[in-house]
Design a protein around this ligand. Structure first.
Ligand SMILES: [Zn+2]
Length: 166
């Protein structure tokens, strides 16, 4: 079985989608699009931790993407960075099982044509990795995120929200 990998575009990274369960891959063109400091720090630490990798598409895949775009006429409007990201997914498909994480409709459209699965960050990405629970400061009892009280029903201490990785 091929290994599942996430291929992240800038919206995926800025949206906070770096999976802890699977390898995350992007390319240097996407990294150069990330301008905000917080996302840059997230990228840097993910690279250090070895959860995020930077790879480049091969020329074979770039040609395939270019051909698809020319065939489509004006339908597929992709920037150079977008093209390289889609080509990277195609390159990775040779050895892995890539899922592209993107909110960009043009990218999603060409992925449909190429039969590469994708997911949108805003609709499901973040929920897949993170959830919330509430925890009592006193006895550490765990409550669901929608527990309506501020105080623990067991010991009366304050309850606080915590983001957890699923
Ligand atoms: Zn308690």
């Amino acid at each position: 079985m091929k290994e599942k990998v996430y291929v992240l575009d800038a919206s995926g990274i800025i949206g906070g989608f770096i999976s802890s369960k699977h390898i995350n891959i992007t390319n240097s063109a996407v990294i150069s699009e990330i301008k905000d400091l917080k996302s840059q720090m997230i990228v840097e630490s993910a690279l250090k931790e070895g959860t995020l990798f930077i790879e480049e598409p091969d020329s074979d895949s770039l040609n395939t993407i270019q051909n698809e775009i020319e065939k489509s006429g004006d339908v597929l409007r992709l920037s150079e960075v977008d093209k390289e990201l889609v080509a990277l997914a195609l390159t990775l498909k040779k050895k892995h099982d890539p899922i592209v994480v993107t909110d960009d409709y043009s990218i999603q459209n060409i992925l449909k044509i190429l039969q590469i699965p994708y997911k949108s960050v805003l609709t499901q990405g973040i929920n897949e990795i993170y959830g919330w629970i509430k925890i009592c400061r006193g006895c550490r009892k765990k409550y669901p995120a929608n527990y309506p009280e501020d105080e623990c029903e067991i010991c009366g201490s304050n309850v606080y929200s915590k983001r957890i990785k699923k």
